[in-house]
Design a protein around this ligand. Sequence first.
Ligand SMILES: *Cc1c(COP(=O)(O)O)cnc(C)c1O
Length: 432
Amino acid sequence: MNLEKSLELFIKGQKHLVGAVNSPVRAYKSVGGVPLFIQKAKGSKIIDVDRNRYIDLVLSYGPMILGHRDKRVEKSILKALKNGYTFGATSKGELKIAKMVCDSFPGMDKVRFVNSGTEAVLSALRLARAFTNKDKIIKFSGCYHGHSDALLVAAGSGLVTLSIPGSKGVPTDAIKNTLIAEYNNIESVKNQINKYEDIAAVIIEPIAGNMGVVLPNKEFISELRKITKEKGILLILDEVMTGYRSKFGGAQELLGIEADITCLGKVIGGGFPVGAYGARNEIMETVAPLGDMYQAGTLSGNPIAMACGIATLKELKKQDPYDKFNEVAEKIEIFLLEAAKENNIDLQVNRFGSMMSPFFSSEDIVDFKSAQTSDTEKFKTFFWNMIDNGVFLPPSQFEAWFLSTVISKKDLKNIEKAIKTSMKAVADKHNS
Ligand SMILES: *Cc1c(COP(=O)(O)O)cnc(C)c1O
């Protein structure tokens, strides 16, 4: 694979960008080598600056669920663009997408739009604290909720990959109210709840995607809903990754639970910077201007971003691709497991709808600790061979692969071929 121009830009980029990137995972530290610089993308494909074409299973870490530059979405964006870029006043599109979002989450009467998943979650926490008049929150190891101070503890992929145990610059005071529990372990939640009085909220990725994909067991999640309700603790479901991806109504619809506060991002903006948090009226009335919890944003509800979000959600609703996603993911799972078996490689595949992760491990992956049994050296070999064979994957064992609605039969064949070759390369290098 010729990555000459990517290398050139990677070196040049070091001068005025930090590590030549604007988000650390893009620097490929955990897989080494030259990060791809992208020229453009269309449909299921992404093309780098050296003109290599790849089937895109990163999809900008989730948002591009319809593939790149869907015609109908592009048309809506261009139409909005002609009316102006931002007004500092509410425009009609915001009302429209607010209704669409509230209609898809039964527990949501009102919603507030922001500019990123990070912002959605940090606002949701403030809201939970304001509403309950309590300070403490419980989060789970391996779950990532954006980079706000209070949540940068035991926070999954970006940090595991970089081996940073949290982050420098986060004052102890900022995390003193953050309690940690273990995913799929209800006792660890009960222990915290029994120890502390003033818990405002439990926050969780209802299907975890930031330690690789990890599914909640049914009992754990329904028990979690039950105890939080009993104790007057708000349950915040961070559906920034899963909202509109697992199902139109997010993981909640599939798991049959209802959040007190739901956080959204990624797919909801269709590729533009959008986040949102919403809840029933009683809770949302705490937010200014109705209540005393302050949260604002110059570009929040940006008309172009809203137009892109509306068009994306509309198309998703119409296509209802969720069964098809399962079929495609199952096929890819079979390719992976068969190739692993053929080459005597230990592999676990976790998947849910259009999110999936193969783990190079012999253990079931059910939480952060088991995820870390994965052999990241094998992943590294696998990753670069997939790139060589035209499949663009997230550059970390602990990130989810994403599917789009436009993956073709031919793409699937090519994915199968790439997996076969790459798994063999892993065996050749690592099986002794
Ligand atoms: C991506 C992600 C975030 C952060 O969203 P940004 O838009 O990157 O700030 C928060 N929570 C979850 C579950 C995510 O996957």
